[in-house]
Ligand binder design. Structure first.
Ligand code: HEM
Length: 459
């Protein structure tokens, strides 16, 4: 630990403290704070004390070893619970614990294994569209793809007329949440501001659809193999099931948390590959050798280590969740540092993911650095968070990232069209600020010559 004392940032505005600087350029401000003030930076948010923690040991303690002494940050609660209700992302304490226990089986490896085919199928459909148009808004495409995957796996909704409505309402809600985050003050939700009205309308639409689905499923009590069935059938240790409201909140939570993050991870991956032809060539070599032009299956995952490393390296550079927030529910001792009760804790993965103390040439895109992952300081890399609140969908997301990239990259090479600056914008997730235009160029996988074919030719 280089510094165990709190270095305070200048006080900022007399009313709002450092809120203004923080919102204006969150990533730049956090980077500046870490460089100038070190591992423990004190801030003030409208009278509330906050600490930005930049050392893996402290982060490990907050997320893992002393996790029970922290709740989720009240800021995100305030914004998100309006829409997500009391689902896994927004709840705390015993209620969260019970919900997590009941939802966890839905993410069991065996269960999510069945979703691989769906992920590949939607990748194929997107490639069909790419055939007819060569310039794409890649973030929009990836959002649509992952939204389709989550609709199908969560609600088994595809041909269903509801899917389009759900997608539309959800997109509206996510935009409204972004508007709320960006607005200079958290104004009350009853004010008839455009984003509040949009949020209300979209929430009503989604609720009506989801409640109807829950009602229908309850009638048959059947396991359809999707996540919704799992939520409905799951029982706690007393044999009790979730109420309809709880199922609704978890369904909407998974729906929202489960697509934008993965879509952004894929978007940044396409961009980085287009900027780093050597890594791209290595990826193509692996895909051609292992798949030889066919679509990937679940069994291929373990045979595609480089593809997985590409996704991991992409999430190191552009962490899809730009910020993890907590609040101390009691005084907490982090080694010799006392954190008073109610202090807000900010953890910015991009700071630690790019810290030269833990990463050799952090600015370089080098998937190979994950070859010896066990040598990486565990909490110098945490795109999925950690401890009891680690992303419940991390295996789902990794599987989706690798399968989609493997399916598409062997048939298409994407080239970034630099007509707008590439600026990462942190909202709930880290997305490109401007439209990310990419030219899609078809490529023919080089099918490796099989040993027996070789022998036949020689004979
Ligand atoms: C690349 C993709 C993804 C990334 C980078 C990501 C990242 C994260 C992170 C960092 C957290 C922890 C937040 C915290 O500790 O405050 C989290 C939580 C969560 N994620 Fe993900 N996520 C991804 C995909 C998914 C998917 C596919 C799903 C579901 C289908 C999902 C569902 C959730 C849920 C429900 C939580 C809350 C868990 C809890 O508190 O118990 N995520 N995610």
């Amino acid at each position: 630990m280089t510094s165990r004392t709190i270095q305070y940032a200048p006080k900022g505005n007399f009313l709002t403290g450092n809120v203004g600087e923080y919102r204006k350029d969150t990533l730049g401000y956090e980077k500046h704070l870490a460089q100038k003030y070190g591992d423990v930076v004190g801030l003030s948010f409208a009278g509330r004390k906050a600490l930005l923690l930049n050392h893996p040991d402290d982060i490990h303690q907050v997320l893992v070893t002393q996790a029970s002494k922290f709740n989720k940050s009240p800021v995100y609660q305030l914004i998100l619970s309006r829409f997500l209700g009391n689902g896994l992302v927004t709840s705390d304490g015993d209620f969260w614990k019970r919900q997590r226990k009941m939802t966890q089986p839905a993410f069991h490896t065996k269960r999510i294994g069945a979703y691989g085919e769906i992920m590949v199928d939607f990748s194929k459909r997107m490639m069909d569209e790419w055939k007819t148009s060569s310039v794409r808004d890649i973030n929009r495409d990836m959002m649509r793809l992952t939204l389709n995957v989550v609709s199908k796996t969560l609600f088994n909704a595809e041909m269903d007329k509801n899917a389009a409505q759900v997608n539309e309402a959800l997109t509206m809600v996510l935009h409204a949440i972004d508007d709320t985050i960006k607005s200079p003050l958290f104004l009350p939700q009853w004010l008839p501001l455009p984003h509040n009205l949009r949020m209300k309308k979209a929430t009503r639409t989604l609720d009506a659809i989801i409640n109807h689905m829950i009602e229908e499923r309850r009638k048959t009590n059947e396991d359809n193999g999707d996540l919704l069935s799992m939520l409905l059938l799951s029982e706690d240790e007393n044999g009790e099931r979730m109420t309809d409201t709880q199922v609704r909140d978890e369904a909407v939570t998974l729906f929202s948390a489960g697509h934008e993050t993965t879509a952004n991870a894929l978007t940044w991956t396409w961009y980085l590959l287009s900027e780093h032809p050597k890594a791209e060539a290595k990826l193509h070599e692996e895909l051609d050798r292992v798949l030889g032009g066919r679509m990937p299956t679940l069994e291929d995952l373990r045979r595609l280590p480089y593809t997985e490393m590409v996704i991991k390296e992409s999430m190191r550079i552009y962490s899809p969740v730009p910020s993890i927030g907590r609040q101390a529910i009691e005084d907490v001792q982090l080694n010799d540092l006392t954190i008073p009760k109610d202090t807000i804790i900010l953890i910015a993965p991009h700071i630690v993911h790019n810290d030269a103390r833990w990463w050799d040439e952090p600015e370089a895109f080098r998937p190979e650095r994950f070859e010896n992952e066990k040598d990486i300081n565990k909490y110098a890399y945490f795109p999925f968070g950690g401890g009891p609140r680690i992303c419940i969908g991390n295996s789902f997301a990794m599987m989706e990232g690798v399968l989609v990239l493997a399916a598409m990259a062997q048939h298409y090479q994407l080239r970034h069209i630099p007509d707008a600056p590439v600026i990462p914008e942190p909202t709930l997730t880290l997305r490109p600020k401007h439209v990310m235009k990419m030219r899609v160029e078809a490529r023919t996988p080089k099918v490796p010559v099989q040993a027996d074919e070789h022998e036949m030719v020689e004979a």
